[in-house]
Design a protein around this ligand. Structure first.
Ligand SMILES: Cc1ncc(COP(=O)(O)O)c(C=O)c1O
Length: 497
C-alpha cells in the first residue's frame, strides 16, 4: 500500500546526494521531522512496511530508525510501534524565542503572560494510552455496539432542544439519569436540577474558578495533588496553597484553633474517596472537620470524585457531598475513567441555590452542545448498560492490579509497594529517596513505557519518590513482560554509581 509519507520519503531520497542508503534515509527522515513534515508524536510505519514501499532492505530502515532513536528523535513503545518524540532534541518549548515573520515585525508566537503560564505548566503528551499510563481506562472495552444502537434509534427523532444551544446545563434526560444513579451508587444528596453537564473536569473547575473566585483568592490544594487542578486554578489568578495529605487525606487546621490571621481559602479542593495520587481515603472525622471548617470560613469544598467507582475488595466509599444536606460542597464527576476520556463528558453537582446561576454562566462562557451524545448516555445509563459496564471494568481492573502487585512483589519485593490503596487505575511504585524519579520516568518513556514520577505531583520542595504505574490497559498475561523494562531500568538506577 502506498502512503503519503512513503511518497514524500521516496521523492526526497531520489533527490538526496549519493551515499550509503541508510545514511541517506536517516538524513531525509531527520530533515522531515525537523521541518515538521512528520509531526511530533506521530507514528511511523513499521520498518517492514516502509522498506517495502521504498524498495530498500528492512535493515536499511531499521538502521535509520535506530540512529534517530539513539539521538532522541524517535521512540519505540512496546506493542505499539515507533513514534516521533514529543520533544525533539533541538526544540525545547521553554527556550523557543518569538520568531519575527520575514519582512514584518509581527510576532506570531508572542503569547500573553497567562498563555505563557499555561504552557509553562503543561504536561499533556501526545500519546496517552497503554502501559503504564496512569489514570487512563482500558478504552478498548467500551461497548460500542450497544452505544451505536441507542444513538441510531435516538437520532431518528431528535428533540429540537438537543439540536440547538443549551442553556439548561445539559440535557434534562442525562441530568435525571445521573441524579438517580448518583443517589444510589455514590450516596449523593441531589436532584436533577442541581446537575450541570460539562466537557471534562478541567472545564468544570474553570467555571468554578471564574464564578466563585476573584484573582488573588486562595485555594487549598492537596500536596501532592493533581496537576490539572493546579494549572486551571493558577491560570485564573488563584493563589495555590498546597496543603499536605496523610493517611486520612488533607491535613486540616482545627476550626477552634484558627486565629484571625489565618488566611482562609475560597476553595478547598480534595479527592476524599481516593486521594490523587497517593490513594488515601479521607476519614469520617476529617470529613466532618472539613465541612465544619468550610461552613465557618465561607469556603467552598470542591470534591473531585474522579474514580470513586473503582474500589476493589471493600465496599464503595460514599461521597463527601452526601454527608450533610446543606454541605457547601461542589461535587465533580467524570465519565473519563468509567467510559473513555475522549468522550469529554463530566458533570458537577452544585447546591440548589447556586444551580440556575451556574447553568446560565456555563452557556455564556462555553455554550453547551453534543445533545445526541448526552441523550445516548442518558439512555445508556437508564437501560442499565452503564452500571453493568462499570461492574465489568471493576472486576477487570481488580485482576490487573493484583497481577501488577504480584509481579512487583516477585521481582523487586513488597518494600516497593508501601502504603497502597486497593482502588483506582494506578498504583505507586515507592522508590528510595536517592532515586531521581523524573530521570527514571524520562528514560522509560524513551523505551516506550509511559509512567509518571511521583515527585512531580508535589508543588513544594520535599517530596516522596516513586512512579505512578497505570495498570488498567495492561492485560494480566502480559503484565510481567510489560513490567520487565521498568525493573531493568530501575535496577540500573539502584546500583551505586
Ligand atoms: C485527579 C483527577 N481528577 C479528574 C480527572 C478527570 O479529568 P477529565 O474529566 O477532564 O478527563 C483526572 C484525569 O486524569 C484526574 O486524575
Amino acid at each position: 500500500m502506498r502512503t503519503l509519507l512513503g511518497d514524500l520519503l521516496a521523492h526526497r531520497l531520489s533527490q538526496a546526494p549519493a551515499g550509503a542508503l541508510n545514511k541517506r534515509l536517516y538524513d531525509v527522515l531527520q530533515a522531515a521531522i525537523q521541518e515538521g513534515a512528520i509531526a511530533t508524536g506521530s507514528r511511523l510505519p513499521a520498518s517492514r512496511d516502509l522498506a517495502k514501499e521504498l524498495k530498500v532492505s528492512r535493515n536499511t530502515v531499521l538502521a535509520a530508525y535506530e540512529q534517530l532513536q539513539s539521538e532522541g528523535y524517535l521512540q519505540t513503545r512496546t506493542g505499539s510501534g515507533t513514534f516521533v518524540c514529543e520533544q525533539l532534541p533541538e526544540i525545547v518549548l521553554e527556550n523557543s524565542e518569538p520568531l519575527p515573520a520575514q519582512g514584518t515585525s509581527f510576532h506570531y508566537v508572542s503569547l500573553s503572560r497567562r498563555g505563557t503560564r499555561v504552557l509553562g505548566r503543561s504536561g499533556a503528551g501526545a500519546y496517552q494510552w497503554g502501559a503504564f499510563m496512569p489514570g487512563v481506562p482500558d478504552v478498548s472495552h467500551m461497548p460500542h455496539d450497544i452505544w451505536r444502537k441507542i444513538q441510531l434509534r435516538l437520532s431518528r427523532r431528535m428533540p429540537v432542544e438537543a439540536l440547538s444551544y443549551s442553556s439548561h446545563g445539559g440535557c434534562l434526560q442525562l441530568q435525571q439519569a445521573l441524579a438517580d444513579y448518583l443517589r444510589v451508587s455514590r450516596s449523593l444528596h441531589c436532584s436533577y436540577e442541581q446537575i450541570l453537564i460539562t466537557a471534562g473536569t478541567h472545564q468544570a473547575l474553570d467555571l468554578l474558578a471564574k464564578m466563585l473566585c476573584d484573582p488573588g483568592d486562595g485555594a487549598w490544594i492537596e500536596e501532592p495533588g493533581y496537576w490539572g487542578f493546579r494549572n486551571v486554578l493558577a491560570v485564573n489568578g488563584i493563589e495555590l496553597l498546597p496543603t499536605p495529605v496523610d493517611e486520612q487525606g488533607m491535613m486540616l487546621p482545627d476550626v477552634a484553633a484558627l486565629s484571625g490571621v489565618t488566611r482562609l481559602p475560597r476553595l478547598i479542593c480534595v479527592t476524599p474517596s481516593h486521594q490523587y495520587p497517593l490513594g488515601a481515603v479521607m476519614s469520617l472525622q476529617r470529613r466532618q472537620q472539613l465541612l465544619a471548617l468550610a461552613k465557618s470560613s465561607g469556603s467552598w469544598v470542591v470534591e473531585d470524585d474522579y474514580d470513586g467507582e473503582f474500589r476493589f475488595g471493600d465496599s464503595p466509599i460514599p461521597a463527601l457531598q452526601g454527608l450533610s444536606a446543606d454541605a457547601p460542597v461542589i461535587y465533580l464527576g467524570t465519565f473519563s475513567k468509567t467510559l473513555y476520556p475522549g468522550l469529554r463528558l463530566s458533570y458537577m453537582v452544585v447546591p440548589k441555590p447556586l444551580a440556575a446561576r451556574m447553568k446560565m454562566a456555563y452557556s455564556e462562557l462555553y455554550r453547551g452542545g453534543n445533545g445526541l451524545v448526552q441523550l445516548t448516555l442518558a439512555e445508556f445509563i437508564r437501560e442499565g448498560h452503564y452500571a453493568a459496564h462499570v461492574r465489568r471494568m471493576r472486576q477487570l481492573y481488580s485482576r490487573r492490579r493484583a497481577a501488577l502487585v504480584q509481579v512487583i512483589t516477585n521481582s523487586l519485593g513488597s518494600a516497593f509497594l508501601a502504603q497502597q490503596s486497593n482502588a483506582g487505575l494506578h498504583l505507586i511504585l515507592s522508590l528510595p529517596e536517592h532515586i531521581d524519579d523524573v530521570a527514571l520516568a524520562a528514560e522509560l518513556e524513551q523505551n516506550g513505557v509511559l509512567t509518571r514520577p511521583l515527585s512531580a505531583y508535589y508543588l513544594q520542595g520535599a517530596s516522596r519518590r516513586g512512579l505512578l504505574l497505570g495498570y488498567a490497559c495492561v492485560e494480566e498475561q502480559n503484565m510481567a513482560a510489560t513490567f520487565e523494562p521498568v525493573r531493568k531500568c530501575l535496577q540500573r538506577h539502584l546500583q551505586p554509581a
